[in-house]
Design a protein. Structure first.
Length: 408
């Protein structure tokens, strides 16, 4: 699981494209039902929408404390005899959460506080023991522990999440705030001058484009270490003889805007925030398959449980991607925000298989309608031109907004 990775950076990961995409299924219309770290990761752990699992934000009172770790896909797999591990970011929180391993995990190596945003200076809970590291690139450390987990002498089936911070922003050296992602030293500068692919957005002026280009280059450099980890894991599983009967899933917790639509952030309903990479390699996913149907991060836990033959620990809102279900519409949501700028608005959105996307903001009352087939950059709001379509989608959104077990 990567952090803040956009769909546009996936083509720059050659090992991932060849070893996962070429040998499995790439999902081009995959979404985070709420495009923010903690709500998205909670949906992965539970198979539920935020309005059902209750984690609506990264910070108290809607963050880590709202997560019920006693009923997750991990507790279900652990009970069924799986060796289980989580390495990397779970639910970030500035408090002391995460020091004690949560239920269902045999291996627990997670960053403490917000230290995951510093790739060379960070603190972790190592199965309950706090440890601090300096000068060891975070992805390399996590990858080493993942290899140890995968090669441990044990015939039990396993489930491991390797949750890397890349390509998330990094803490500036003077601690003044957010700086571009920090890649591994050998990768720094290797994508210098690579233009941001959406710089044609009219809301980006010359300075904005320069900033977007700078961040984009660092992001592409940041995912190179992730790409090498994919190669290493596939190679290791091949050598241990486990590759053919192991599912490998690569996904991001959310996307990221780089100034388009005057937003440099996530947790917003624009497409580059909600739509994220997903590739799955394993039995039942034919090599080189490309799927464009509406899918979401509530579907991945359902897929894992079906593949494992394990009963869900709680009612699932999603569908196994090994099955034949295809959505006509998908609900996306952000239920917690402030009454400030547009980027802080709570919102609900519906996407349809025919390419429409419609959303409304709770406080402002603003509504948006786009035809993604004709306008993938979402530059022309059709809310006035297509009132019947908007009204129909609004009614459908109202019917879906409290969905559960499963959602449409």
């Amino acid at each position: 699981m990567t952090d803040d990775q956009t769909v546009d950076s996936l083509p720059f990961m050659p090992y991932t494209q060849a070893l996962l995409g070429g040998e499995g299924a790439t999902f081009t219309n995959y979404h985070a039902v709420q495009p923010l770290c903690c709500p998205s990761r909670a949906s992965f752990l539970t198979g539920q929408y935020p309005h059902n699992h209750g984690v609506l934000n990264n910070l108290p009172p809607f963050g880590y404390d709202r997560m019920n770790f006693r009923r997750t896909i991990y507790t279900a797999l652990d009970k069924a005899g799986y060796r289980t591990g989580w390495i990397g970011k779970v639910l970030n929180d500035p408090e002391s959460h995460g020091t004690r391993p949560e239920p269902g995990f045999d291996e627990w190596l997670v960053p403490l506080g917000l230290s995951e945003v510093n790739m060379t200076e960070y603190s972790v809970s190592d199965n309950g023991t706090p440890r601090t590291f300096s000068g060891i690139f975070q992805n390399d450390f996590y990858a080493s522990r993942a290899r140890s987990f995968l090669t441990a002498a044990n015939d039990a089936p396993f489930m491991l999440t390797l949750a890397l911070s890349s390509p998330h922003w990094s803490r500036c050296s003077d601690d003044s705030g957010r700086c571009p992602p920090a890649p591994a030293t050998p990768d720094l500068g290797t994508f210098e001058g690579q233009p941001f692919p959406l710089a044609s957005d009219p809301s980006l002026d010359t300075a904005d484009r320069a900033t977007a280009d700078e961040w984009w280059a660092r992001e592409l450099e940041s995912v190179q270490s992730v790409d090498r980890i994919v190669f290493g894991i596939v190679d290791l599983l091949r050598r241990t003889g486990d590759l053919a009967n192991t599912y490998i899933v690569l996904q991001s917790d959310n996307g990221m805007l780089h100034g388009e639509h005057d937003v440099f952030d996530k947790n917003v309903p624009w497409d580059r925030s909600v739509r994220v990479p997903l590739i799955i390699r394993g039995p039942g996913f034919d090599p080189g398959t490309v799927r464009s149907d509406l899918t979401a991060n509530v579907d991945v836990p359902a897929t894992i449980l079906e593949a494992a033959g394990v009963e869900p620990p709680r009612p699932l809102d999603g569908y196994s991607l090994l099955g034949g279900h295809r959505r006509g519409a998908l609900l996306l949501e952000r239920l917690n925000g402030s009454s400030g700028a547009s980027a802080d608005q709570p919102w609900r959105q519906i996407k349809t298989e025919r390419g429409w996307t419609y959303w409304r903001e709770q406080f402002s009352g603003r509504r948006y309608l786009f035809d993604l087939d004709d306008d993938p950059g979402q530059l022309e709001n059709l809310i006035e031109e297509e009132p019947k379509v908007a009204a129909k989608l609004n009614r459908r959104l109202n019917r879906m907004k409290s969905c559960a077990n499963p959602c449409p």
